[in-house]
Design a protein around this ligand. Sequence first.
Ligand SMILES: Nc1nc2c(c(=O)[nH]1)N[C@H]1C(S)=C(S)[C@@H](COP(=O)(O)O)O[C@H]1N2
Ligand SMILES: [Mo]
Length: 493
Amino acid sequence: MLLGLGAGTVTAAIAARAFSPFVVVGSAIIDLTPGPMKEAVIRVFGHGDKAFLFVVLAVVVGVVAALAGVLEARRPWLGRVIVLAGGAIGVAAALSRADATALAALPAVVTGIAGAWVLVFLIRRMPAAVPPRAQTSPSRRAFLSWSVAAAAIGVVATIGGQLATRTASAAANARAAFKLPRPAASATPVPAAASFDVSGITPVITPLDKFYRTDVELVIPQLDPEQWSLNVHGMVKHPFTLSWKELNELPMEEHYVTLACVSNDVGGPLISTAKWLGYPVRLLLERAGVTGDADMVYSESFDGYTAATPLSAMTDPDRAAILAIGMDDQPLPFARGFPARLVVPGLYGYVSATKWVVDLKVTRFADYQGYWVTQGWAEKAPVKQSSRIDVPRPGVRLGAGQQWIAGVAWEQHVGISKVEVQVDDGPWNEAELAAAVNVDTWVQWRWSWHATPGDHQLRVRATNADGVQQTSGVSDVLPDGATGWHTVEVSVA
Ligand SMILES: Nc1nc2c(c(=O)[nH]1)N[C@H]1C(S)=C(S)[C@@H](COP(=O)(O)O)O[C@H]1N2
Ligand SMILES: [Mo]
């Protein structure tokens, strides 16, 4: 039983923090306990009320476990059924929580299965009958050793899992209590003219829950900001470590920046825009004093994920490369790198946007490679000029007559000056461009099409602020980003 609970607690720490078997069953008991009884317990035990509950639970679990062992030894199956029924109670308790997630029941399932399995394992190793005068027969000793080992592993796993969960909730509490500092330099507000009133068009600022996400972390890390610090070192005169408190006392800047993933296909969804709050990396590097022939900043997350960013992009006073702590007026969500991440306009995320960043090393491209570069992606990866049709959606049936063709176009840090739309093999038509928020964000466009019955191909291309037209040449996302003109097929009735 201890081993089952340990396995369940570790599962909870990894996959469903709030749903460790003890916690869900305990919470359900609290919910089911009549009010007067609850008050009596609190009166007697005060702040020890939860401890009292857990002691009672532990005793009940111990008695049930002993019973299951005795029964399983006599009648195989019966003990297992009892253990699995215990797991089922845990599942029911987990699913009854208001905040139950898809994985909420998993720790209890693991508890039941691991408990039943170890029960069978031990019973199989139990000596058939203990001769009265041979108390220390080898099989008896082996059985006791296995039992003690299972119990010990269970206790260690339970305590370890519980501690891991506690640390995680310290991070959640810290994030909930954290008030973003007011920006010393606010972003220019998004002009009304940046958004077209076209149904289905991509909003110019992406709602937080719609922002694309890519990372290699299996479980969303929850770092406690009090434990966080940023180490700035390498080819610098004055290496230093920045604490969370120090970071928050620095004057923060707000910037609207579009972030793009190199894995985004032409027309794909892996690109989004947010308002970021952070401190310029350039000023951190100034404080450190870059020396020698450094040409790269090697950023590392707490778990060893890395990115190599050109030093010039980090030190350019005209490029808002920031150590971000806020996203759309909120502390960074955990999935976005809380407490801090990098945002560098104009570079694909894999060479710039390290989340949960804890280390900046000034170095040389010749000496280090970022995580994805070792997997065959390009060393230098500026975001490629592109445009996307969002309206109409591919394959839809439209009515004949006036229809909007609309979408977004971007070349971060350069800007877009023109978007054109082509229907089938017809002429290119200049679309209307919405106001740009700034050169680091995408821009909306729309063109009013007189749709005629039949099947049609719609195609889009952009021209950047330097007059360079988006290439029609098709290239794959590997190694440094996709190119080509986004084409959508629709039929008009
Ligand atoms: N620690 C860490 N940071 C990371 C990644 C990662 O896997 N781990 N992925 C990068 C990639 S490939 C991209 S495109 C961006 C995506 O940021 P987002 O998930 O906030 O959209 O984060 C970057 N930062
Ligand atoms: Mo990415």
